[in-house]
Structure formats: C-alpha cells, structure tokens
Design a protein around this ligand. Sequence first.
Ligand SMILES: [Cu+2]
Length: 130
Amino acid sequence: MRPLVAVLLSGLALGACDRKPAGPAATGPIVVPAAEVRGRQIDVRVTMKGYEPSRIQVRAGEEITLVFLRGEPNECAAEVVFPALGIKKELPVGKPVAIPIRAEKPGEIAFACGMDMLKGRLEVSAAPPI
Ligand SMILES: [Cu+2]
C-alpha cells in the first residue's frame, strides 16, 4: 500500500510542478542560527505542493536537524507533526524552524501537516558497518 501511495503522491507533485519562485528564500540553503542545528542540516520547504523534499534519507543513529521553511500562507501548512516522535511544531510563514531529530532504528518516520494532508517521511537505513 505504501509504495503505491508514494507513487501517486509523487505523480501529483510532478503534475503540479511549475517551478515558480515562491517568494524570498525559495532556493538556496535555509539560514538558521548555528546553535539551533545539531548534526546534518536538511532543508525542507513547505509549499502548496507539499514538503520538498518529502522523502528524506538518514542513517540510524545519525543526528540531523530538519529546517522547515513555510513559503505560503495556506493554513494547511501551519504546523508539522511527527506522531511517532511526539513532535508538533508551528511553522510561521517565512520563518525557518529547526527540529533536531535522531532516528534510532531503521524504518520510516512519517511527518505531516496538522490535518494529515501534506505528508513526508524520513527513510532510516541501517547504520553502515564499522
Ligand atoms: Cu494540512
């Protein structure tokens, strides 16, 4: 079921893609204070198309900081929720929000808007052998 949903969603995203700049900071790295970032910074832009990127590859045990930047005022995107991690954050328009995460186990960690309409996921792979 899950792969089918993913294919459908990515098809929708492609169909709606017109690559217009969505205001300030629509491209390039998102800037947040260094003190808010632990480990690898991964930028996620929130647009009417959803989360970009919506699939994020990490390794188990890796420390990452997702930096969300909501680029449009639609209320749908006003918060992001990671149900499995107990994380729920407001995303003010145009203000980057850093969310440090450490995925302990291989698998998937879903995130979504507060209405569960926009969806994304962390794809956590096993840590490489030492
Ligand atoms: Cu929503």
